[in-house]
Design a protein around this ligand. Structure first.
Ligand code: KIV
Ligand code: ZN
Length: 516
């Protein structure tokens, strides 16, 4: 059995299924570049049949990334598989990941198919996928609630049809570690051709056990873990890549496989990039990538760490990419230096015009803030792509806010709406509230604010504030983001970004939501 644990990242597919986390093609390529740099084995870039946008994103990632295998998801349907095959044409190494549900409840209630029909369809799908690539993964959706004998049967059949990876998803996050580990062990023991494929696991975090379940599966012979940066994903999310990788690395004494090919110093940059792009902030106490993950508050701990670091630290912060913010640029940095640093961060400009525009923004920022860090550059790029992605019906022209002790805060905003300027003043319980009220009175978006959060991008009071708003309209949820050294302006930008996004029609299939 291989001593390498394959890391399959599905941030761009399952991660994107979190409400409000949709990413543009350019954002996906940027994250994929980071994952490639990290040494991730497989990048699941999307579900090509879901929409034209998904198809083009998978295609763009496949055409750009050379070191990692690029994977496209497909239901066990000819049209899905053909679309995935088409999207992956330009890949150096492409994988089709096809799936069908195998639990009694899914087969009876969702698919309305007999187990025989399900096996037949799975086999047909794998054979069709093999016409496009030799690298075919088959997933038994809801394997966590499927019968073991049926799993053995369908897995044996798809291996015979050409599947090279067998994925065991705990789709609804129902399993407990010991039970899930047993499933993997028994499958490997009972199946007649188990040695002909790599066993993979894909755990959801509904009970907070996704990482524990994945690791127990690895201890029982799984050799691929499907995971996401920051544990992003449908509902409570997927197993977090950083936790899986660091657990296997830190407890190498317990695992018979390793993740030595992963450059763990890329973890924190990847986490920042994903949270910046999706607007899903990382909780401060999140393992590995939370702001407090390596902060020792208590005197006893601090004393111990100062005397001998390993008294309280099991990992080194720098090994996962927590280095002091690097000042990379400043007011006097030129256009070439800017372009080069952006390229190093995986940010490419498709046209001279967009480079000039981004450089203009950089100069504006450098005037307000003397030290520009990588995180600032990432945020600048996210803001630019967020604006490109939406056809910006509402644009911020200017904002004046008065806030004084004992007085009601007031915001006067000028917006360009479809190119025409409109001005309005509104009062609110605070400067942000007044600003949002002024915007809403002008824009009349009819959205409901579900979440408002501010994070500082770097440290220090001159840091940019990055604001995320989550807006809901008629059941559709979008995240809007904005960054500025002035958090009220950042809030206005985020709100406008959100309402601009709400206006874009979204016609997208969700894999688990769609009937086969
Ligand atoms: O959770 C799940 O079952 C999935 C499959 C498509 C692998 O995401
Ligand atoms: Zn999933």
């Amino acid at each position: 059995m291989s001593d390498k644990l394959f890391i399959f990242d599905t941030t761009l597919r399952d991660g994107e299924q979190s409400p409000g986390a949709s990413m543009t093609r350019e954002e996906k390529v940027r994250i994929a570049r980071n994952l490639e740099k990290m040494g991730v084995d497989v990048i699941e870039a999307g579900f090509p049949i879901a929409s034209v946008g998904d198809f083009e994103a998978v295609q763009a990632v496949a055409n750009t990334i050379k070191e990692s295998t690029i994977c496209g998801l497909a239901r066990a349907l000819d049209k899905d598989i053909d679309r995935a095959g088409e999207a992956l044409k330009g890949a150096n190494s492409g994988r089709i990941h096809t799936f069908i549900a195998t639990s009694p409840i899914h087969m009876e209630r969702k698919l309305r198919m007999s187990p025989e029909q399900v096996v037949e369809q799975a086999v047909r799908a794998v054979k069709r996928a093999r016409q496009f690539t030799d690298d075919v993964e088959f997933s038994a959706e809801d394997a966590g609630r499927s019968e073991l004998d049926f799993l053995c049967r369908i897995f044996e059949a798809v291996i015979a049809a050409g599947a090279t990876t067998l994925n065991v998803p705990d789709t609804v996050g129902y399993n407990l570690p010991q039970q899930f580990g047993e499933t993997i062990r028994l499958l490997r023991e009972k199946m007649t051709n188990a040695d002909k494929a790599v066993f993979s696991v894909h755990c959801h975090n509904d009970l907070g056990l996704a990482v524990a379940n994945s690791l127990t599966a690895v201890l029982n012979g799984a050799r691929q873990v499907e995971c996401t940066i920051n544990g992003l994903g449908e509902r409570a999310g997927n197993a977090s890549l950083e936790e899986v990788v660091m657990a296997v690395k830190t407890r190498r004494d317990l695992f018979s496989c390793n993740v030595d090919h992963i450059d763990t110093t890329q973890i924190v940059p990847a986490s920042r990039l994903v949270s910046g792009i999706t607007g899903f902030a990382v909780q401060p106490n999140k393992a590995i990538v939370g702001a407090n993950a390596f902060a020792h508050e208590s005197g006893i701990h601090q004393d111990g760490v100062l005397k001998h670091r390993e008294t309280y630290e099991i990992m080194r912060a720098e090994d996962v990419g927590w280095s002091a913010n690097r000042m990379v640029m400043g007011k006097h940095s030129g256009r070439n230096a800017f372009k080069t640093r952006m390229q190093e961060l995986g940010i490419e400009f498709d046209a001279e015009e967009s480079l000039n525009e981004a450089f203009g923004r950089f100069k504006e920022l450098a005037d307000k803030k003397h030290e520009i860090y990588d995180e600032d550059l990432q945020s600048l790029a996210s803001e630019a792509t967020a604006e490109q992605m939406v056809n910006e019906r509402y644009k911020l022209v200017s904002l004046k806010v008065c806030s004084e002790t004992g007085e009601t805060p007031e915001a006067c905003i000028t917006l360009a709406i479809d190119g025409e300027e409109h001005k309005l003043c509104a009062q609110g319980s605070g400067p942000v509230d007044a600003t949002f009220k002024a915007i809403e009175s002008l824009a009349r978006s009819g959205t409901e604010l579900q979440l408002y959060s501010v994070n500082n991008i770097t440290s220090g009071t001159d840091s940019q504030g990055e604001v995320t708003v989550r807006l809901e309209k008629a059941g559709r949820i979008v995240n809007g983001q904005g960054a500025d050294t002035d958090i009220v302006i950042a809030s206005a930008k985020a709100y406008l970004n959100g309402i601009n996004k709400v206006l874009i029609p979204e016609a997208r299939l969700k894999p688990q939501g769609a009937d086969v």
